[in-house]
Design a protein around this ligand. Structure first.
Ligand SMILES: [Zn+2]
Length: 164
């Protein structure tokens, strides 16, 4: 039962200085970010924001999936989102591996066949970003007043480079 004790201890310290009690949960800076699950990415701090400021949706590769679109539509209509950043990154495993390579690596780790598990690798990161930004911009429930940008995050410099 102690698998999470270190994290729960840290959480009690966090709660001691917690300041978001009763917070409404809207995006106070009007920002939503779709980005990768990569642990090198700090999506709020990389654009000068803090908890309470933005809606964050993460998945492997930072792709605009149907679930990401659900989140963005809710964000735009119910949670104050006015600007959307789609942010894949350099040296992303999802963009530098083939589906077969990931199946082989996961299969080796799991000690069993993993070929039935889709990973949706990105074969062309620039093309995928263009497609993802277009999906957001053309979504019938996301109005033209919402600004949508496509950026590449450099995990070695910390810089965002606007692509679209
Ligand atoms: Zn990644």
């Amino acid at each position: 039962m102690d698998d999470f004790d270190d994290l729960l201890a840290a959480n009690r310290e966090y709660a001691d200085s917690f300041t978001l009690s009763g917070f409404d949960g809207v995006a106070h800076a009007g920002v939503a970010i779709v980005t990768c699950m990569d642990s090198r990415i700090d999506p709020l701090r990389m654009v000068g924001l803090a908890p309470g400021d933005a809606k964050i949706f993460r998945n492997p590769g930072g792709r605009v999936t149907p679930q990401a679109l659900e989140a963005l539509v809710l964000g735009v209509h119910l949670l104050n989102v006015e600007r959307i950043l789609v942010v894949p990154h350099t040296r992303c495993a999802m963009a530098s591996s083939t589906e077969a390579e990931l199946h082989a690596r996961v299969g080796a780790s799991a000690g069993q066949d993993a070929s039935w598990q889709p990973f949706h690798v990105v074969l062309d990161q620039a093309a995928a970003l263009a497609e993802d930004v277009a999906k957001v911009r053309s979504h019938p429930l996301i109005p033209d007043t919402v600004k949508v940008g496509g950026f590449l995050y450099d995990v070695d410099s910390g810089l965002l480079d606007r692509q679209l």
